[in-house]
Design a protein around this ligand. Structure first.
Ligand SMILES: *[C@@H]1O[C@H](CO)[C@@H](O)[C@H](O)[C@H]1NC(C)=O
Ligand SMILES: *[C@@H]1O[C@H](CO)[C@@H](O)[C@H](O)[C@H]1NC(C)=O
Ligand SMILES: [Zn+2]
Length: 410
């Protein structure tokens, strides 16, 4: 029979695409919630956050991994946008720049209301799914953004922050970063200092997810032990497959499993293959591995798009998530496991964090000791040590007496 011979290549292609078709069908119902995307950083560096710059139109923006057509093609239904400011802002203008990155995320939602819905709750995410919008949330990447202040932490929560990465690639005065584990930085807090512990407790009280991407292993363990709610790694992969210190080692994966926490796999080639080259199949290996060690409920996606310079072949931009999901289906992940990795696992963790929050409880008030702050660029109002006094009874009056005596009415 020769009739229809020309159809055979088409049949072969259809068979090859069977998993991708299923992936798309699943994702139309349960789109991906990605843990970490640095588009706001691109908007700052390319356009100084001027969204009305004609080049910044998110429908046509081309030099980034992320734009509106790519988000639609990728069936992205939720995104934690990173309010990231680099470590060189620490002790300088970190808080101001963090506020500006939160502002640009909020303006993005206002400017493209057909595409984005800025939300702050798990039910807000589910509503955005139903409305066919990209649920947009704020993740603040790096504890230096709170400038060692529980007051700033609470204010950022008010502005929509729903996770805080305890460090970026630098220590804060209260938590150590991953460079401590390579020997490039010195351990200062041995995980979390007493003030670092009060930060985690306050995050639990507020309902802000604790993000352990970028922190040292000691910090991971301290936070996993202390947190009353499950935690996330918003963009980290498996250390056993690629022994980079940004990745999560097996003993920590065990704690992730025990606490119902979540590892959202980072696609950065250097963390996937420990080399400049990687492919989609190697990212699937990380997802498989975390599933094997910590269970399917511990797996998620945290692509790190627009935050990295090298991505695996097959995962070049945010439009490619369905291809990765197709690969998981090809590897016999069940539909329920795939939905977990796409969105349900994050929603479960977020809901647990919301339930564990207790705003009725008194807020933390104890400030970080002044001696733990670098003082060159800051004032020290409120700290009695700043006057050189140790608060012996009467000492304040004795110290101020000459000043008081010199006061004259004007
Ligand atoms: C972006 O460009 C499209 C046309 O490509 C236009 O319809 C839309 O209004 C622009 N959006 C903004 C916010 O400028
Ligand atoms: C992905 O990369 C690995 C390691 O280089 C290689 O063995 C594998 O064949 C590649 N897979 C695909 C589908 O290209
Ligand atoms: Zn990062």
């Amino acid at each position: 029979m020769w009739t229809g011979w020309w159809l055979w290549p088409l049949v072969a292609i259809c068979a090859a695409d069977e998993f991708r078709d299923l992936a798309v069908r699943i994702m139309q119902d349960t789109p991906v919630i990605d843990g970490h995307n640095d588009l706001p950083w691109q908007l700052l560096t390319l356009f100084n956050n001027q969204l009305r710059d004609p080049g910044a139109n998110l429908s046509s923006l081309a030099q980034t991994h992320t734009n509106i057509p790519k988000l639609k093609a990728g069936l992205v239904g939720g995104q934690f946008w990173s309010a990231y400011v680099p470590c060189d802002t620490q002790n300088r203008d970190a808080v101001k720049r963090t506020l500006e990155q939160i502002d640009v995320i909020q303006r993005m939602c206002q400017m493209y209301p057909e595409t984005f819905a800025c939300v702050t709750t798990s039910s807000g995410i589910r509503q955005a799914f139903r409305d066919g919008k990209v649920a947009s949330l704020v993740g603040v990447e790096g504890g230096h953004s709170v400038d060692s202040s529980l007051g700033v932490l609470r204010a950022l929560h008010h502005l929509g922050m729903r996770y805080l990465t305890l460090t970026h690639s630098c220590n804060t005065p209260w938590a150590d970063n991953w460079l401590v584990d390579t020997g490039d930085d010195k351990a200062e807090s041995q995980g979390l200092s007493p003030f670092g512990q009060s930060v985690v407790k306050e995050m639990n009280r507020l309902g802000v997810m604790v993000d352990l991407a970028h922190v040292s292993v000691a910090t991971m363990k301290a936070a996993l032990k202390l947190s009353r709610a499950p935690v996330i790694f918003s963009h980290s992969s498996a250390y056993s497959l690629c022994p980079h210190r940004r990745n999560v080692p097996d003993d920590v994966l065990q704690l992730v499993k025990e606490t119902g926490s979540l590892v959202m796999v980072n696609f950065y080639s250097d963390y996937v293959s420990c080399s400049a080259k990687a492919n989609l199949s190697q990212v699937a290996d990380h997802l498989d591995y975390i599933k094997k060690v910590a269970g399917a409920a511990a797996v998620g996606f945290g692509g790190d798009f627009d935050g990295v310079s090298r991505l695996p072949s097959g995962l070049e931009d945010v439009s490619k998530y369905p291809d990765l999901v197709a690969e998981l289906l090809r590897r016999q992940w069940t539909e329920a496991e795939v939905k977990g990795a796409l969105a349900e696992n994050l929603l479960r963790v977020f809901e647990a964090v919301e339930e564990a929050s207790s705003l009725a409880q008194a807020p933390g008030e104890e400030p970080i000791p002044l001696s733990q702050l670098e003082a060159s660029c800051r004032t020290s109002y409120g700290y009695s040590e700043a006057l050189g006094l140790r608060l012996q009874p009467g000492a304040l009056l004795v110290a101020l007496a000459p000043l008081l005596l010199s006061l004259r009415p004007l």
